[in-house]
Design a protein around this ligand. Structure first.
Ligand code: FAD
Length: 501
């Protein structure tokens, strides 16, 4: 793309991935680059993907999006974590919350002291020491700022939002800043005879959209990256066996909870995502274990409000594209691979794909080094997320249920096995610094699913028992007090960012 004065970037697809990419390019690359987005109304978007993690706020703020406007435009609510119901033993539940787990107490992490307290019989369940979990229990939310110099970070949070409205919102943002939208179905792809790069996409209506760099956001089909460039797919379904989801929105009920619920079912799990105008529900399941009809019946029998549409089934294959940048095509979104939404990671992976793209954006010719860097980092990131998701399935105690029995007894990837063994032995968890899920996430899920270490770090013994007791009681008390000053989540949302209707 070196000699072109205004290099042309073509984004193929207008789902969440396409419009997030186009919006970021509009913000940071126009007018140095021209940006065109092609989407087909006839094909439509996957239209699910409503729960996020706190990094979504980095994306929105990088674009300069006002939070209240965003809430109003997308029917968004706040999210402080995910409740996992029945993932350990059938009648137990725990929360994987954002933010701190406990508080700094000494040289070893809080959970080591908690483990000692547990052995002494003075620790309550871990969630009693997590601010977000206590806020969730009371349906409370506030923007918590910390005074200057406070050792505590501001309270992290994420959103639930309507994916179609978010795409529309970002479309407005991108078009206002010069992105050109081209409606139409791509029917063929033109390649450069010399170097094999994609040179243009041809639409059913005869339009030809030429480009120098193509971003494939065409969804599961991977129109450019796979159908044209045959990047290959690494299948992970031996560990993550769910391959379908049936989704249905239902009427909103009170209270408006600031959390996503993930409820384990016979052969999969059900999500419940509260928005301002409805609740998003879905049942992710293994078609080898139950039929689509059974999965749909289980979902419909477990809704909080009246269904607002017919249930819709989405088929998927879990795994990753072997290469996400091939020639002059970068795959972002579902075209780059898919991991089920158990920890709401897909939109985050879109963001990191965009970040990598921006970091490596070619000034002149695309180099192999840039492609390799992009591909290696994508693979690492997705594999580590995969392992964290497998953990939820593997660490189950749902004995006697064939789906769960198989997952509990299967061989897991080596890296995950190492993490679980280390934790089981001495309570240490050591994700590398560039993994998405840090030790707080691993600790909450492992302890939540009864992976309890055989011993804790002996340094925790140096704290006198009365001091530990006092600390634990004081921490819980201060969290409860802080939460009692927060407003009700539903009231907060209604006041701060009521939906435009
Ligand atoms: P799509 O939405 O499928 O968009 C593809 C685009 O490509 C469309 O605009 C289509 O028109 C266009 N296109 C395709 N072919 C052509 C063609 N020939 N010509 C022209 N245009 C074409 N993520 C989360 O972060 N949180 C969640 O809670 C979550 N839940 C999910 C639940 C399920 C069941 C599934 C399947 C996914 C979930 N995701 C979630 C993932 C999330 O939905 C996706 O990451 C996100 O929607 C991005 O999709 P996409 O833009 O890559 O693809």
């Amino acid at each position: 793309m070196g000699e072109v004065s205004q290099p042309r970037i073509v984004v193929v697809g207008g789902g969440t991935a396409g419009w997030m990419t186009a919006a970021a390019l509009a913000r940071f690359c126009v007018p140095k680059f021209s940006v065109t987005l092609v989407e087909s109304d006839e094909i439509g978007i996957v239209g699910v993907g409503e729960a996020t993690i706190p990094s979504i706020r980095d994306f929105n703020s990088a674009l300069g999006i006002n939070e209240a406007e965003f809430l109003a435009a997308t029917g968004a609510t706040y999210k402080l974590g995910i409740a996992f119901e029945g993932w350990g033993r059938p009648n137990e539940s725990y929360v994987h919350a954002f933010g701190l787990v406990g508080s700094a107490l000494g040289v070893v992490p809080f959970h080591q002291y908690w483990l000692r307290g547990r052995q002494l019989g003075i620790s309550k369940p871990l969630g009693h020491y997590v601010l977000h979990t206590i806020a969730i229990a009371g349906n409370r939310f506030a923007h918590v700022e910390r005074p200057a110099g406070s050792p505590l970070p501001p309270m992290p949070y994420a959103f639930h939002f309507d994916a179609s409205l978010y795409a529309r919102f970002l479309r407005g943002f991108a078009e206002q800043r010069g992105v050109v939208r081209q409606e139409g179905r791509i029917v063929s792809i033109e390649r450069n005879g010399e170097n094999g790069d994609v040179s243009a996409v041809l639409l059913a209506n005869g339009t030809r959209v030429a480009g120098d760099l193509f971003i494939d956001c065409s969804g599961f089909r991977g129109l450019l990256i796979e159908q044209e460039l045959e990047a290959g797919f690494e299948d992970w379904s031996q560990w993550l066996q769910c391959d379908r989801a049936v989704a249905v929105p239902c009427a909103r009920v009170e209270p408006l909870m600031p959390l996503t619920r993930s409820i384990a079912r016979e052969a999969g799990w059900q999500w419940r995502i509260p928005l301002q105008h409805r609740i998003g529900n879905g049942h992710v399941f293994s078609s080898r274990r139950i039929s689509e009809d059974e999965a749909t019946a289980q979902l419909l029998a477990n809704l909080d409000g009246e269904p607002m549409a017919d249930p819709r089934t989405i088929r998927f294959k879990t795994g990753r594209r072997r290469k996400t940048w091939v020639r002059n095509v970068v795959a972002i979104g579902l075209s780059s691979g898919f991991i089920e939404p158990l920890e709401s990671t897909s939109i985050h992976l879109i963001q990191t794909g965009i970040n990598r793209l921006l970091e490596l954006l070619p000034a002149a010719e695309i180099t192999d080094a840039a492609r390799e860097d992009y591909n290696q980092r994508s693979a690492f990131e997705m594999e580590r997320v995969r392992d964290f998701i497998i953990l939820h399935y593997h660490a189950n105690q749902r004995e006697g249920e064939p789906f769960w029995d198989e997952l509990r007894t299967m061989e897991v990837p080596e890296e995950l096995k190492h993490k679980m063994d280390l934790f089981q032995a001495i309570g240490r968890v050591s994700p590398s610094f560039d993994e998405l899920f840090d030790s707080r996430a691993w600790v909450q899920v492992m302890i939540g699913q009864n992976v309890i270490p055989e011993s804790y770090n002996p340094v925790a013994d140096l704290l006198p028992e009365p001091r530990l007791r006092e600390f634990l009681e004081g921490l819980e008390r201060s969290h409860v007090q802080e939460v009692s000053r927060m407003p009700d989540h539903g009231e907060f949302v209604a006041k701060f960012g009521p939906m435009n209707r």
